[in-house]
Write a protein that binds this ligand. Structure first.
Ligand SMILES: Cc1cc2nc3c(=O)[nH]c(=O)nc-3n(C[C@H](O)[C@H](O)[C@H](O)COP(=O)(O)OP(=O)(O)OC[C@H]3O[C@@H](n4cnc5c(N)ncnc54)[C@H](O)[C@@H]3O)c2cc1C
Length: 442
């Protein structure tokens, strides 16, 4: 056991924690024998405090591949393996992740616990929909093997359960067959929000779609942006490229925290304008490697340091499709009026989903990054009221500040989840995070 300062991706908050590492289930059982509050920490790619506590179980050393069926594409892996490690092993064999977040540096355990979504949620659901079964160590050291058939309620609590039902040991996952490592990407430029949303809604037969939004453009150009949609390319379509070649991306790195405030309204406006105008044609189609389609941000190591030591927060909300158009526009106007800009703004359209406390619901989700400062807390509080009034909610994996009342109001199964976790957490060792304490779940 070791004491160290830890944080998640936003570097806010930073806490001093006892960290426990394990590479065998038995070591984990011994660690859980010690009473107190504890939570699993995957690769710290959630943004806020979901994997923070005074004592954390670091899972990265527990990452062996256990089995793979090359006929069905079903893989079983220990939970500390990164999605990047799965891609490296299985893309050359013609298999891809069923759901990809915006970074491949996420562990399998973190992907299940946050029930992450990708650019294909509207057609293929979230990560949990592709999980065949799990093995989870509970606080008393017992291991539960669960699936949709075996202990289905425990399985449902664990998918999207933010680590509160136990430490996920193994994940059995259905991969997706692909013919190449390339993606046929189409980019559509939209000069205002309504155009962008029309583009989303008229082309939802595409497997993947995501949009970048210029949050600083105002007036008629409010919500202008670029919709990127994609399909895995077939063998015929990749002629001239090596079918399963690795990306030739040159990796840049931000070696240290840049001064706070470097990323300001002026630098962001300049970047957004160049980015928006780089695409001269309204519609552009080309073949891109999966790395650049799915994980463009991963090309810059430690990019979170651009925000400085004070860190940053991501505000990701989802709004039902019926209110989404009006509400996203009103929220963008509110942000502009505040004088605070978001450097990164990503819009997606989700499909239906029923679960305990997973984030997605049918509608629009927008993710916005803000450097940590007093004014941002004030703005986010005001945005909370708008999101809640329009029937939306915030993503727990990105959150560092939502209050208990907002969580209770916006997550319809919050009470059921809290009660179920209380029953599981009856002993002297309890799974809880700073997030779950703050939201009144534990
Ligand atoms: C650049 C970037 C882009 C992103 N894009 C997306 C996106 O498109 N879609 C999306 O859904 N998310 C996205 N995320 C968020 C990220 O996918 C999730 O927060 C994910 O949970 C992080 O996984 P992790 O392994 O880093 O886990 P951590 O951040 O360390 O932990 C996240 C949660 O998982 C729990 N957990 C981790 N491992 C285990 C385990 N073995 N057993 C039980 N619980 C466990 C933790 O307790 C915590 O509650 C993005 C993050 C970044 C930095």
């Amino acid at each position: 056991m070791q004491k160290q300062k830890i944080a998640d991706w936003g570097n806010y908050p930073v806490v001093e924690a006892e960290t426990v590492r394990f590479n065998q289930a038995e070591q984990l059982r011994v660690a859980l024998g010690e009473p107190g509050e504890v939570i699993a920490y995957g690769n710290g790619r959630s943004y806020g405090d979901a994997s923070l506590q005074k004592r954390v179980i670091m899972t990265r050393s527990f990452r062996s591949f256990l089995s793979f069926d090359s006929a069905s594409g079903v893989v079983c892996c220990e939970s500390g393996a990164l999605l990047a490690e799965l891609l490296e092993a299985f893309v050359p064999r013609g298999w891809f992740l069923p759901v990809s977040p915006g970074t491949k540096f996420v562990t399998l355990g973190g992907a299940v616990a946050a029930d992450i979504h990708g650019k294909n949620h509207h057609g293929e659901g979230s990560f949990g929909a592709h999980v065949v079964s799990l093995e989870v160590m509970r606080a008393d050291g017992s291991i539960v093997r669960c699936s949709r058939e075996e202990y289905p309620e425990f399985f449902a609590l664990t998918i999207g359960g933010m680590g509160l039902s136990g430490v996920i040991l193994n994940v059995t996952l259905q991969l997706k067959a692909i013919e190449s490592a390339w993606v046929r990407q189409q980019t559509i430029r939209a000069s205002r929000l309504s155009e962008l949303m029309d583009a989303f809604e008229s082309f939802d037969e595409w497997t993947y779609s995501v949009a970048w939004v210029d949050t600083l453009a105002g007036g008629d150009a409010l919500g202008r942006g670029m919709l990127m949609r994609g399909e895995h390319a077939t063998v015929e379509q990749v002629q001239g490229h090596l079918t399963f070649s690795a990306a030739s991306q040159r990796k840049l790195n931000v070696p240290f925290f840049l001064p706070n405030g470097l990323l300001n309204r002026g630098t962001m406006m300049a970047f957004n304008s160049v980015y928006y105008h780089q695409n001269q044609k309204p519609v552009k189609e080309r073949l891109v490697h999966y790395e650049s389609f799915f994980y463009p941000l991963d090309a810059i190591g430690n990019w979170n340091r651009i925000y400085g030591r004070r860190g940053f927060m991501q505000y990701q909300f989802v709004l039902p499709r019926v209110t989404g158009r009006v509400a996203v526009e009103a929220i963008l106007k509110k942000i502009q009026a505040s004088g605070l800009g978001s450097f990164l703004a990503v819009l997606k359209l989700f499909g239906e989903q029923e679960s305990f406390i997973s984030f997605p619901m049918a509608g629009y989700t927008l993710a916005l990054d803000f450097p940590v400062c007093f004014e941002v807390f004030k703005l986010m509080k005001e945005l909370d009221a708008m999101v809640a009034d329009w029937g939306g909610r915030l993503y727990l994996a990105k959150d560092a500040r939502m209050d208990e009342a907002m969580f209770a109001k916006t997550y319809p199964h919050a009470d059921d989840f809290r009660e179920a976790i209380a029953l599981l957490n009856g002993g002297s060792t309890r799974f809880s995070s700073l997030l779950s304490n703050r939201l009144g779940i534990t």
